[in-house]
Write a protein that binds this ligand. Structure first.
Ligand SMILES: NC(=O)c1ccc[n+]([C@@H]2O[C@H](COP(=O)([O-])OP(=O)(O)OC[C@H]3O[C@@H](n4cnc5c(N)ncnc54)[C@H](OP(=O)(O)O)[C@@H]3O)[C@@H](O)[C@H]2O)c1
Length: 420
């Protein structure tokens, strides 16, 4: 362990941030480590590529077999994707190398297997940077809150979608215009699907569920809805009613199941998470002894994420210990059947009595209404917005199917969960 020999798999945005963090804070890091970090090899796709990082050229290789894992203490994985990262990390763990990774997709899909293998081999696997970039979420849940039972989590875990929704809310840009700006500024990929459809946030929520609740879900089990359907009308009605729309990752431990979802939701403008704007991330956590806390910061970016990776590496070399870990319950069902208020926007014929008839159908299903906004435009068709009291989504869907079948209803435009 004293040689601090590491190999790095991947030298892109995060790899560069990791090495540049080392160079920025070399004195502090080496002082704490008691010596230098020895980067012995770097695996990349194209060894000859120009990179904005100061490393000797002969460290780079395209050949995993050239890494000399026998003489490596720790492997830092910053390549991304499930394969070949999964195969490489299994090989590294079997050679008794510690592992630090920032790979959310890999940890969400194969984390349990990798952690099991690390335990079997008596080495450490740390993954702080896989959720929330530079924000110490995993360490806080596992170590800082080790004496607590985590009851609830609510997170803004994807910077791209938060940037888009902020632009729509503040500047009244359309979804397409806000996405274009995010792409121009490098906050969104050319293909934004993983972000805007909620896959990225669902992977992160799956990892947090393991640490917070001891329940390891298949990411596919997480109820997931993206932000493509959110319109400026919804943003504006939401504000009028005292809410902002955010893509929220929600987790709650119930007695016999865990509720996990990623979806756009209306949240009161007074809630601290509603003030998390632009590309920033936050996680609001409730512990049964501690109460509520919120962690906020940069959920992505080379330097922020690289700094979290470096902290994990230092933790392995200095303390050599696992996360304390939270509850170890397994095999609890994951679903999303809980009660919630909902925002519903529809277009109806602008004629007398329509509101009363729709309210009556809601009443027939036992759904009571918290607020109603009715705005006559002097046109044939008018918008109608409701916020319900708590209701199970299935029951709401059944009521809305009946309402949509009426000839005075043109279209149900949006159904969005409300979080208080
Ligand atoms: N970017 C962020 O802000 C951020 C934040 C949190 C977590 N993460 C996670 O961190 C990881 C790295 O992300 P990134 O943004 O740094 O990615 P990136 O910029 O695309 O860099 C990926 C690196 O991996 C190398 N690579 C990819 N496939 C390879 C293969 N099959 N064999 C060898 N090398 C390969 C690439 O080589 P070449 O350079 O030669 O192409 C590149 O150096 C991902 O798991 C990501 O989810 C990223």
């Amino acid at each position: 362990m004293k040689n601090n020999r590491i190999v790095i798999l991947g030298m892109g945005t995060v790899g560069t941030g990791f090495v540049n963090t080392y160079h920025l804070n070399q004195e502090i890091i080496e002082g704490k480590l008691g010596g230098p970090l020895n980067i012995t090899r770097v695996l990349v796709g194209k060894a000859g590529k120009r990179r904005s990082v100061d490393l000797p050229k002969d460290l780079y290789t395209e050949d995993f077999e050239a890494l000399d894992l026998e003489n490596t203490d720790l492997v830092v994985e910053l390549m991304g994707g499930v394969e070949p990262a999964f195969t490489y990390l299994k090989a590294a763990l079997k050679k008794k190398c510690h592992v630090v990774t920032a790979n959310k997709e890999l940890m969400a899909k194969k984390g349990a297997e990798l952690i099991g293998l690390a335990d079997e081999m008596g080495v450490l696997l740390r993954y702080e940077a896989s959720v929330g970039g530079g924000i110490p979420l995993i360490t806080t849940i596992n170590d800082g809150m080790a004496s607590n039972k985590v009851v609830k989590m609510m997170g803004i875990l994807n910077g791209t979608t938060n940037f888009i929704l902020t632009k729509m809310t503040r500047d009244r840009l359309s979804y397409e215009e806000a996405l274009g700006q995010a792409q121009d500024l490098g906050f969104a990929e050319a293909d934004p699907t993983a972000d805007v459809e909620g896959f990225d946030a669902a992977y992160k929520l799956a990892i947090l569920s393991k640490d917070a609740f001891g329940v390891i879900p298949d990411p596919e089990e997480i109820t997931r809805q993206g932000i493509r359907e959110i319109s400026l009308e919804d943003i504006e009605y939401g504000l009028e009613l005292g809410y902002k729309i955010k893509l929220l990752a929600l987790g709650e431990k119930k007695n016999a199941h865990v509720e996990l979802s990623v979806q756009p939701a209306l949240i009161s403008v007074d809630h601290p998470i509603a003030s998390v704007n632009q590309e920033f991330n936050a996680l609001f956590i409730e512990g049964n002894s501690l109460g509520e806390i919120m962690l906020y910061g940069k959920g992505a970016g080379g330097m922020a994420t690289g700094s979290a990776v470096m902290t994990d590496v230092m933790e392995v070399f200095i303390n050599g210990r696992k996360y304390v870990g939270s509850c170890k319950e397994k095999n609890m069902p994951v679903n999303n059947i809980g009660l919630s208020p909902y925002y519903v926007r529809m277009e109806v014929l602008d004629s007398p009595g329509v509101l009363g008839q729709i309210a009556m159908i809601f009443g027939d299903y036992g759904i009571s209404l918290d607020s109603v906004v009715q705005r006559a435009r002097g046109l044939e068709i008018a918008p109608l917005v409701f916020i319900t009291h708590d209701v199970v989504r299935d029951k709401l869907n059944r009521a809305l199917r009946e309402i949509e079948g009426k000839d005075y209803v043109v279209k149900i435009q949006s159904i969005i969960k409300v979080v208080r």
